[in-house]
Design a protein around this ligand. Structure first.
Ligand code: 5GP
Length: 125
């Protein structure tokens, strides 16, 4: 079920548990500001999630409260992962769902990176 993006941060959300090492993940990249790992239920041949290490519910929360260093570090990590995975030349999609209408299910900011095949139209009509 989609979350309310204005809710307070839930320390028990699944990505908080992944960051604490309580739940396994297939990590593809990690640095001071970000962790990137394969989505458990991939919707494209390559489907990677990039999350900030800080406690932010959504893109909205992150863009409002994160420090300049966290924002720069996270954005650079998203770009780095896409390059490292060979997604740039064939092309890819970066997507962040926010709240109810966005269909966000996990209340910790994550950017989806989709690639590995033509992805079709941006949204189903
Ligand atoms: P959202 O709908 O919130 O934008 O996307 C949440 C994503 O997290 C989904 O694509 C879902 O498959 C993925 N996901 C949910 N639980 C887990 C998990 O425990 N591990 C991993 N790797 N991905 C998860």
């Amino acid at each position: 079920m989609a979350i309310d993006a204005t809710q307070p941060y839930d320390e028990d959300n699944i990505f908080a548990k992944i960051l604490r090492g309580e739940i396994p993940n297939k990590t593809v990249y990690e640095d001071e500001h970000a962790l990137a790992f394969h989505d458990i239920d991939p919707k494209a041949p390559i489907h990677i999630l990039v999350i900030p290490k800080g406690a932010y519910v959504s893109w909205d929360d992150f863009s409002a409260r994160a420090s300049e260093a966290e924002i720069a570090g996270f954005v650079r990590a998203v770009g780095h992962v896409a390059r490292e995975q060979g997604l740039v030349e064939p092309g890819y999609r970066a997507l962040a769902n926010v709240g109810g209408h966005g269909g966000q299910e996990v209340p910790h900011l994550h950017v989806h990176l989709f690639g590995g095949a033509p992805l079709g139209p941006m949204l189903a009509r």
